[in-house]
Structure formats: structure tokens, C-alpha cells
Design a protein. Sequence first.
Length: 158
Amino acid sequence: MLNKRAVPIVFVSTQVAVIARRTLLDYLICQRFASFTNLEEYLVREFDERPWGRYEVLEERPGFKVKVLEVKPGARLSLQKHARRGEHWVVVQGVADVVCGEQQLQLGRGEHIHIPPQTNHRLGNSGQEPLAIIEVQLGDYLGEDDIVRLEDDYQRIE
């Protein structure tokens, strides 16, 4: 099956779940297939390609948003901060180069960090393998425009 972005998806349906296999993650939707009122909403999510890689919104509700971010080898996001949200990052593949405030550290698979609102932060991938993290955003406003870029490798500072 192909969704609107022409991304191949293979479904395995059981009595209790639908498993969709994608490039980096297995999404396990723990509901009965018959109870889905709009299967397309599970297939067509907010998605964007960026110079550093890509992100996809997995879930969004009032007060929180969950994304998967995939960072290309040798790439990094801008040094940035957000006024109205904090973020929690969990590494699921690769090794993350993280700046959080004055800290600089590397996180491996299964390791995590919390970035409070108004804290300078950056995510990078200095390795040879792709990096994937799950990002949980928490706040009263979660728009992509709540960003102040302090440094950027891709000349996106206004």
C-alpha cells in the first residue's frame, strides 16, 4: 500500500493490532483494526524533509506532540531555543551529539535528555550511521514557528 507521500507501507493485521513496517520504526497501533474510523489519519501525518534529514509527527494532542527525527550522518540541526515548549529526546538509533544549555554530551540508543523551555539546544549526528530520536514536545504552543535559531549550518537565521 502507498500513502499520499508514496511511502511503501506493509500491514500485518491481527485480532488486537495493526503493525505498519516503515524505514526505521515499527509502528504498533494498539487498537482493533475494525475500530479505526479513519485509517488515513494513521497513514498521512505531518512530515517534512529538512537539510539535516527529516521529521514525522506521530501523534499530536493539546499540550503535547510526538515526532520521530532522522538526522543524516554528518548533519546537525540549528542551535535553537523555544519560548513555549520543552522537549524530551530519546535516542532509538545511532549516537546523538547533544547540546543542552552549557552541556555537551553524546547519547546512545535508549538514553534520553530533557530540554526545558528557553534552553539553547542542538542535535547532531557526527557518526557514519543514521540517527533517529523520538522527540516529545510539551507546552501550551507547539507550532514550528516557536523557534529562535542562534546558529545554523544552512543559513536559516533571519
